[in-house]
Design a protein around this ligand. Sequence first.
Ligand SMILES: [Zn+2]
Length: 280
Amino acid sequence: MITRTDAVVLKSMKYRDSSKIVTFYSRRFGKIKGIAKGARQMKSKFGAALEPLSAVSLILYKKDQRELQLISQCDLLKTYKNIHSELDRLAVGLSIIELLNQLTHDEEGNDALYTLVVQSLDELERAQKHFMNFFLAFELRCASVLGFMPSLDACKGCGRKLDDLVSEDSAVFQSGKGAILCSRCWEPKTVLRNGASRLGRTGASGTYSDEGNIRVSIGVLKALQRLLNAPLESIGSLDLGSALGNEIDGTLRLYMRQHFEDLKPIRSFDMLKKLTGPSA
Ligand SMILES: [Zn+2]
């Protein structure tokens, strides 16, 4: 069957003398792999359309139960020039597609997820600063689209709104449940056999238990709430600063590990952190 879909290129690798094997995230079929014959010849019809982070229109000879589809045509829709011209912006773009590649399975179409990745790259391309926010927002929104949306608006115990907790230092984020508990509702219950107490009322910000409960500042929860819900075009104006940024990153790492067991570290994101220098 000859079929057409829009897609974003996730990965591209050389194959034999003149071809490429390319992984796409497509609107119709989700993640899909194909072979582009002759793609590495000088006068290839594919041009730059098979490079990672290209938004393309793809025509495939598609057979069910075939792992590798035959790419008939692949035309560039968008190139994301700004993303390619700055190393830190590029590292964020690559982090987004690396995470997407890890979290998705072959041939599970998800229109909301496709729209999210394209919008995230569009806004990253347009942004003036705070590029890292786009990865943090994508991570949180991607988890949400895949069924793990955290509930950040109110304490799960008493229902007090997050905005009413700002006078308190911190709250507990239950990463396994994706819920928050205010200091009044959080009861340290158990003591581990080795005598170390589990995260308690006095636990320092950032400490966490083996159940994935982590004490975080209200500022972190407010920022997570915004990364999750604010219009994507406003994410670049959110100045997290390095301390808050690190705390959010740590909280999100824990959250993602709780829900996606096989998730490996995102190499492009580690590179980004090296690029942006040691942070407090
Ligand atoms: Zn409460």
